[in-house]
Design a protein around this ligand. Sequence first.
Ligand code: NAP
Length: 423
Amino acid sequence: MRLFASLVREGRWLCATLDSAQPECKSLPRSDLRLQKIPVGPVAVFGASNFPLASSVAGGDTAAAFAASCPVVVKSHPAHLGTSELVGRAVQKAVADSGLPEGVFSLVVGAGNAIGEALVAHPAIQAVGFTGSRRGGLALVDIASKRPVPIPVFAEMSSVNPVFALPHALETRGDTLATAYIDSVTLGVGQFCTNPGLVIALENSDSDDFIEHAAAALEKKGTQSMLTAGIAAAYADGIEHRDATAKRIATGTKNDASSGALPVLYCVSAQEFLAKPQLAEEIFWPTSVIVVCRDEDEMIAVARHLEGQLTATLLIEKDDIELARWLLPVLERKAGRILANGFPTGVEVSYAMMHGGPYPATSDSRSTSVGAMARFLRPVCYQDLPATLLPEALADQPLVAVAVAGWRTGAELKQSVNYLCGE
Ligand code: NAP
C-alpha cells in the first residue's frame, strides 16, 4: 500500500506524455498529441489460500487497483474467511475515514466457484486480478474472454521455479547449497508459488555428493500441517502420480503431526524428464525433482523444454559464467525473475520486482502482482484538444521548464515548474 502510495504521489503512473504540434513538418503537419493513462474501472480481486494478507483482501492487486483509482470487489478466499472479514472491515473503515464513496470497496463472502464466476461475468467488472491455481485462473480467463465485452484477467498461477546448479558451484560449496535448497523446498510446508520444484545439474561426482546431501537434509525434515484439507488432498493425489513416474530418493521423518505433509525428493535423468511432461508440473507441497544431465547441451535442452515460470535460478561460481551465458537468453524467455546464488522463496515488494512470467505462470506476462507496476490502467491519447478540455496533467507548462530540464512526462515537467517557482 505504501509503495503504491509513493507511486501515486510521484505521478509517474499517469505516464503523461506530450508531443507538441509541428505544423511545419514536411511530410505531413503533426497534430498536438498528449497521452495519459486512465483507470480501467471496477476490478474483481481473487486471493490465494497461502497468502491471507499479501495476496488477498488488501494485497498487491487491491493496492494496484486503488492506486489506479479503480473500485475493488474482492472475492474472499474460503480458506481464510475470518482473516478476510477482519481485513475487509479495516479497508472499509479506511475508505470511510478518507471520505471516499462506500462502493469503492466491497467484499463478497462465501465458498464455491459460482460466486467468482458470477463476479467475473458481471458487466460492471472491467478487469480481474487473480492469484491461485492454474485450474482456477484459466477457468476465470475463459469466462472473461467469453463475455459480450471481454476483459483482461491478470492471473498469477503456478510455477516449478527451476534452479540450474552449475558444476563449479557444486564443486565449491555443494553441501551448503544442498542444505539451503532443502530449506527452501520445505519452507512454509512447500506452499509457495516460488518453491524450487526442479534442480538441474550435470552428472559427475560433485552432483552425486549434492544429491546425497540434499537427500540427507530432507530426511531430517518432519511432518508439517498444511493450510487446508483441499491442499492436503491434492498432495496425496500429486505424490501418488509422481511416485509412478519418478524415482523417490528421500522421504521426511514422521512425527506427532502425523496428518500433515511428509517432504519427498525425486531424481530423474534429463532423458526421462524430457519424455515425461508431468514431471514439470507443480505439486503444491514440500517436494522437488533433481534432473541429472549428461552434458551441457542436455542442460540447455532441459531449459528450452520448460514452460513459462515465475523464477529461474543460477547457482554459479566464476568458472561457470560461460555456461551461464548460454543459459541466460533461454531463461529470459522462460521466467519473470532470474536469480543468481539464492533461492526463489521470498519476494521483495519494491519498484524493480517482477513477480509474474510467461504463460502458464501467468495469463499475462506484461505486468507483475508484486511490485509497483500499475496494471489496471489504459492509455488515452488526446489529439488537438483545446486547453480547457485537457486533463490537468496534460496542461501546457511554461517553456522555461522545458528549456531547463527536458522532462519527458507532464508530471515531471510540473515538478520542475513547481521547483523553479520555489514551491
Ligand atoms: P485456488 O484454489 O485457485 O483459489 C483461488 C481463488 O479462486 C479462491 O477464491 C477460489 O474460491 C477461486 N476459484 C478457484 N477456482 C475457481 C473457479 N473454477 N471458478 C471461480 N472461482 C474459482 O488457489 P489456492 O489453492 O488458494 O492457491 C494455491 C495455488 O496458488 C498454488 O497453485 C500456488 O502456486 C498458487 N499461487 C500462486 C501465486 C503467484 O503469485 N503466482 C501466489 C500464491 C499462490 P472458490 O474455491 O470458493 O471458488
